[in-house]
Design a protein around this ligand. Sequence first.
Ligand code: FPP
Length: 254
Amino acid sequence: MKRVREDSLDQKAPPEEAANSKVPQHIAIIMDGNGRWAQARGKKRVFGHKAGMERAREMAEVCGELGVKYLTLFAFSSENWNRPKDEVSFLMELFATSLKNESKKLHKNNVKLMVIGDKDGFDRRLRKAIEKAEALTQDNDGLYLQIAANYGGRWDIVQAAQALAEQGAEITEESLQSKLVTADGVDPDLLIRTGGEQRISNFLMWQAAYAELYFSDALWPDFDGKALKAAIEDFNRRQRRFGKTGEQVATASD
Ligand code: FPP
């Protein structure tokens, strides 16, 4: 049975922009700039991660309101283990506590939470917290919130290729796609990176093949709902051609 979403997310009228424009089905975000945001305030980097967590929560709420189907957040890359030990432990702790504190609310808001990445890299406690949050929300069909943690795009492609090799299966675009950690989802339409850098940093390497890229100079803890809506408006001004000519696309959408 479809859950009736009863709290604040849904009672607000849809924003005007949503009515007049296309909402991307899948938004993926590289949340960069937490450390610099904290340092600019004379605080430790981890203070920025805490503020970044609040923004992540806000993004999920805004995406739910706008009717975005998938939101994928890059929370921790395969390469982030190389950060100072204290910062890594803080991020793991923040992840575990957030899963515990937020999963009931996510469930209430009909959000399906999925952690994508190499979960074997996490300690038992975090793995348990992930399993619990995923199990609680698995039947929800509102926003699909994918948290990329211990994730790397190359790792994802390699693990998919290994799975096919183990089965002795033929390697085609379709078969490889079906083994990616995002196999059940759709490719991102819009990939946002905050923090002023303009690179993909080994995020959804396969899946983002045709994503529109949007770079914001805002540091992640400053990237609010208004900034997200500006990114969506920018997305709407673009013509997605998927390898076709502009004329072909224009004729098809007439
Ligand atoms: C990049 O900023 C941010 C990260 C590596 C961690 C992102 C984590 C969060 C936003 C909090 C956890 C969120 C969830 C959803 C569990 P940076 O540290 O590289 O910043 P800098 O470039 O200014 O140093």
